[in-house]
Design a binder for this molecule. Structure first.
Ligand SMILES: *Cc1c(COP(=O)(O)O)cnc(C)c1O
Length: 420
């Protein structure tokens, strides 16, 4: 991998100017690591919790203790974390189907949820496939304003007029949207507002990509349920697959009946030797998230106004509440160049060239660069984006800052080589 003088000096400038921000990120990682180690101590984690179970998985102490630790760390009453949840979308599906009943309304107040939920909700896809809509659950939405704030007038109107709203849904991270990611403070404020109108609905947060970027998670500010994927932040790059749900005891219980079956709930589920990866992943998660955050700041600096001149969101010196860095390229060539560069600067599959493709669950063609140890893992450096205006590349991850830096420098080099 050859880097031009321009790329090398940009990276050096970036690190000089980012020093204070990097040290703030280390402090957050320290505080979260302390929280996790305290929970390990309190729950007396020993080698025995790594023992595998098979079959029904009754009395799997490793699984039960990890659930308790997860709840403590997330500031929740209860939680479950399972390697058998295939992705974030399934975890979200379990949570939503667990809480919603025919005639209920699902009300999303941070704009359109993540693309893969369109078919789950029933806003797209084939009627009869078993979406929430097929089961008589209606959907309503409120947009975020341009400055990223909630539309409080509309939220108040809907919550006062529609007493069938059972779930208020908030996506913490920007996902594939050009909007701001919500801080835990902002989520806490809006939950207070919701509670001033209604006490009887569940507030559910899609927590994907947000975990451990701050020292609190949304349960600590009143969310009834938070949901995420283990091949993002909280798996720490160690979990091979999986998802989690945390929240109030009743909400988590209801979700557990969807995870397995009504009655069985969390009493079953063989862990097949996966426990160790999940414990180790949680242990690593604050540090790994910090590596990804630093990589994202570096990308914002190198691709933004200080570097190659793209619009970036967030800017290099803005606080961030998820690990995603959006680079708005305004051209398919720009988006594809960034993805090619990230792929070439990855530890795995660095010799392949990514191409746009029709991905299951997504509406537009998507290009993805992912040279990861775990397939599709986006806590490992990856870049992707839908082939639609304004051709935004979403970068995220970096198991180590050093490898993340190499990937970002490679992407910057590819952009310089192919566009300039
Ligand atoms: C990743 C993600 C999901 C779930 O996606 P999967 O690919 O199914 O894990 C949902 N919401 C957001 C905001 C995400 O970033």
């Amino acid at each position: 991998m050859e880097f031009s003088q321009k790329v090398l000096s940009l990276a050096a400038d970036a690190e000089r100017e980012l020093a204070d921000i990097f040290s703030r990120i280390d402090k957050i990682s320290f505080e979260n690591t302390q929280k996790i180690m305290n929970a390990f101590k309190e729950h007396r984690v020993s080698e025995a919790v790594f023992n595998p179970t098979s079959g029904y998985g009754y009395n799997d102490r490793g699984r039960e203790i990890l659930d308790e630790i997860w709840a403590d760390v997330m500031g929740a009453e209860a939680a479950f974390v399972r390697h058998s949840i295939v992705n974030g979308t399934q975890a979200l599906t379990i949570g939503l189907f667990g809480l919603l009943r025919p005639g209920d309304i699902l009300f999303s107040i941070a704009g359109k949820p993540y693309d893969t939920l369109d078919e789950v909700i029933g806003n797209t896809g084939t009627p009869g496939n078993g979406s929430l809509r097929d089961f008589g659950v209606e959907y309503m939405q409120s947009e975020l304003s341009d400055d990223g704030s909630f539309d409080l007038d509309r939220i108040k109107k809907v919550l006062s007029e529609e007493d069938r709203v059972k779930v208020v849904f908030i996506q913490r991270s920007k996902g594939y949207l050009n909007r701001k990611t919500l801080s835990v403070d902002a989520i806490g404020e809006v939950i207070k507002f919701i509670r001033s109108i209604r006490q009887d609905c569940y507030v559910v947060v899609d927590n994907c990509y947000g975990e451990f970027t701050e020292t609190r998670e949304p349960c600590a500010v009143g969310a009834d349920m938070i949901i995420g994927s283990l091949i993002k932040n909280p798996g720490g790059g160690m979990a091979e697959t999986g998802g989690y749900i945390a929240g109030s005891a009743r909400a988590v219980e209801l979700a557990s009946y969807r995870l397995t079956s009504v009655g069985c709930g969390l009493e079953v589920g063989a862990t097949l030797g996966q426990n160790k990866n999940l414990y180790k992943g949680l242990f690593y998660a604050p540090h790994t998230t910090a590596q990804a955050l630093k990589t994202a700041h570096l990308a914002a600096y190198m691709f933004g106004e200080k570097g190659l001149g793209f619009d970036v969101e967030p800017r290099w010196d803005e606080p961030r509440y998820d690990i995603i860095q959006a680079v708005i390229t305004h051209s398919p060539e720009g988006l594809c160049a960034i993805c090619r560069g990230i792929q070439a600067g990855s530890p795995i599959d660095s010799y392949v060239v990514p191409e746009p493709w029709e991905m299951p669950g997504y509406t537009d063609k998507v290009i993805m660069a992912a040279g990861a140890f775990t397939q599709g893992s986006s806590i490992e450096l990856s870049a992707d984006g839908p082939l639609r205006e304004p051709y935004t590349a979403y970068l995220q991850g970096g198991l180590t800052y050093e490898s993340g830096k190499i990937g970002i420098m490679s992407a910057a080099q590819e952009v310089l080589n192919s566009l300039k």
